[in-house]
Design a protein. Structure first.
Length: 326
């Protein structure tokens, strides 16, 4: 089974020469001269392998279907074809006899296979010849009439592989040349870039020096102006310090006056309290005097009333006496 899978993978790579990753009808029909199948049989094989019917075979579809097809229907058809050919060539016994004789001789088989591999140059292409050898021995033993086709198929395959290897070597040489040319071009560009960077660096340093000088001059001018401003600020500060000194002295005088005013205020408060107390006493005395005056006034009124009543009584008595005298 592993041999069939390996052969299926090799056959897929042979069909897909462009490396597209899939196989079409045209790819299989192109191998018609190299395979013992007609175009109708190839079409039948393609239709059988194309399970989804999209017109192309992926590696999985090709290998799986090819393995099943090889183990099933295709094998039966090849056995039937073998039987037909064996019946048609019953009188021609020279080739089978030779095959039987060669099959019986293991050393002869090894020698023939070794000569075939040497003629094909397989040692330069294959690392392991066991799979090809087993398939060659199987065909030599079971289907000798297909051995020549298989050998022709191997010749074409190995010639194509050799050509591919030669193309690969040529491409590698061309690639190495391109890489060398590319490295030289990169080196040249690198040197030019270094020169350009050096020039730009010198120009930048020159511009930077000029800019630094102009900037230094500007800073010197600004420094002079700042020094003048600082001198003015120092003069203003001295004036402010003098004003502060005067204010401090005035503050001391104000503080002394405030102390005096505070003492005077306290004395006035004490006088006010004393005056308030005297006023309160005076009010109390005034109230007492008012009460006494009111009492005396009432007493005077009572006395006046009594005197008046007495006078009235005396007047009435006098009037009576006067009337009596009259």
């Amino acid at each position: 089974e592993l041999t069939v899978l390996g052969k299926a993978q090799e056959f897929f790579q042979i069909c897909d020469l462009e490396g597209k990753g899939f196989v079409t009808r045209q790819d299989m029909q192109r191998l018609h001269p190299e395979l013992p199948l007609s175009l109708e049989e190839l079409e039948k094989v393609f239709v059988t392998l194309d399970a989804d019917g999209n017109g192309s075979l992926t590696p999985k579809e090709f290998i799986t279907g090819f393995s099943e097809f090889w183990e099933g229907q295709f094998l039966l058809e090849q056995i039937a074809l073998k039987n037909d050919k064996m019946q048609q060539s019953e009188g021609e016994t020279a080739y089978p006899l030779i095959c039987e004789e060669t099959m019986g001789d293991d050393e002869d088989e090894e020698f023939q296979f070794s000569n075939l591999m040497d003629r094909l140059g397989a040692k330069k292409v294959l690392d392991d010849e066991n799979d090809v050898k087993q398939l060659w021995l199987q065909l030599r033993k079971d289907e000798p009439h297909l051995l020549s086709n298989f050998e022709e198929f191997l010749v074409r395959i190995f010639s194509q592989l050799q050509e591919a290897d030669n193309e690969k070597n040529e491409l590698e040489c061309a690639l190495k040349k391109k890489i060398a040319a590319y490295d030289e071009e990169i080196q040249h560009l690198y040197e030019e870039m270094e020169q350009q960077m050096k020039k730009e660096k010198e120009q930048f340093l020159l511009k930077d020096t000029e800019r630094f000088q102009s900037y230094s001059q500007e800073l010197e001018c600004k420094l002079l102006s700042k020094e003048q401003e600082l001198e003015q600020l120092v003069q203003k500060q001295k004036g402010l310090e003098h004003q502060c000194t005067e204010l401090l002295s005035g503050k001391e005088e104000t503080k002394v006056e405030n102390t005096k005013l505070k003492m005077t205020n306290q004395e006035l408060l004490r006088d006010l309290e004393r005056t308030s107390q005297e006023l309160s006493l005076a009010q109390q005395q005034l109230q007492v005097l008012q009460e006494e005056a009111a009492r005396l006034h009432e007493e005077k009124e009572m006395e006046v009333y009594r005197v008046t009543e007495t006078l009235q009584r005396e007047k009435s008595g006098l009037l009576k006496q006067l009337d009596f005298l009259r």
